[in-house]
Design a protein around this ligand. Structure first.
Ligand SMILES: [Zn+2]
Length: 333
């Protein structure tokens, strides 16, 4: 082969290679574009599914806590989740929903739920390459966590050790939230604190301020970790005034076992630890039902029933306190 002919041949081969490389590059480019467009569709469907599951499990929390998966509360929670998912265009069934147990122990009851759903996303461009569809799986969990802060608390208290002991013994009624000078009440533990009967100071001192707080609840926010002043002295008269005014707001004859959800006899009480001779620290909050006022004008006391498993719509703080049965719902990781 002569030199000229060789060079001509070489040149032709090079042009051929360029054409092949260009064609391959175009296929790759079209492929990448197709997957990019389809990924957009995939991503969009995935996030719609996620949002829908999030709102479904959050809404279902309104029916919890529940005793077990055979309880009507659990059935109601499942139905709410299914209804909310359907509102957002996704069909889920009870098979897609599982309970989350308190302390991960079934006997302790259900405090949350997890919903998982897979959907098929139809591709448009990737079909060219023989990929018709993909599967998206998303899940969402929501649960009740101890509330970290709230509005509307009353200026009474219960010590965390007393409430823990009472719950452990299964004694929910007859708990003392403001004691008399008699010792031995279950509830507020004033051991070692002179002249304190369980009343707290939220917002300035004075008998009428305290009585009003008892009647209407505190309009400000209290949070776990906050240190409060004890209200000095028996506060007997204002306790009677505040209690009576609040108690009489209920016109429905509610009792601790049968009450309307917004009954004024339901109160939020700070669960506290004594930190000094004049101060307490909030470790949590608990819901009580006001049962009775006892004693006399100089030495009154309040008895109440501990209500486990109440839920407030939002927490005024991201911190969670100790678990004393008063919850707020949130999405879990
Ligand atoms: Zn009522």
């Amino acid at each position: 082969m002569g030199m000229r002919k060789y060079l001509t041949e070489f040149s032709r081969e090079q042009r051929g290679s360029v054409a092949v490389v260009t064609a391959l590059l175009m296929i790759v480019l079209i492929g990448v574009s197709a997957f990019a467009l389809d990924f957009g569709v995939y991503y969009d469907d995935a996030s719609r599914l996620q949002n829908s599951l999030d709102s479904a499990v959050l809404a279902a929390l309104q029916e919890l806590p529940a005793d077990s998966t055979s309880s009507s509360d659990w059935a109601a929670a499942e139905n709410v989740a299914i209804a909310y998912a359907a509102l957002n265009g996704f069909d889920i069934s009870t098979n897609d929903i599982e309970p989350i147990y308190k302390n991960n122990i079934a006997e302790d009851g259900i405090i949350g739920l997890k919903a998982t759903k897979s959907i098929v996303v139809e591709y448009n461009f990737a079909k060219v390459f023989g990929v018709d569809s993909g599967t998206v799986t998303r899940s969402s969990s929501a649960g009740l966590v101890p509330v970290g802060g709230l509005k509307g608390a009353v200026p009474l208290s219960i010590t965390s050790s007393s409430l823990s002991n009472a719950i452990e013994k299964g004694v929910y009624t007859g708990l003392t939230l403001k004691c008399s000078s008699n010792t031995g009440d279950i509830g507020i533990d004033t051991t070692g604190v002179k002249g304190w009967f369980g009343a707290l100071r939220f917002d300035g001192s004075g008998a009428s301020t305290y009585a009003n707080l008892l009647t209407f609840g505190y309009s400000g926010v209290l949070t776990v970790g906050q240190v409060l002043e004890m209200e000095n002295g028996n506060m007997s008269g204002p306790t009677m005034d505040g209690f009576t005014a609040r108690f009489n707001q209920c016109k429905d004859g509610c009792t601790a076992t049968n009450y309307l959800p917004d009954c004024p006899k339901l109160i939020y009480v700070p669960v506290v630890e004594v930190v000094s001779a004049s101060k307490v620290k909030i470790v949590s909050f608990a819901t009580f039902f006001l049962d009775s006022l006892g004693g006399n004008g100089n030495d009154s006391y309040i008895k109440a029933t501990y209500i486990e498993g109440t839920v407030v719509p939002d927490s005024a703080s991201g911190i969670s306190g100790a678990d004393f049965g008063l919850y707020v719902g949130k999405l879990l990781d």
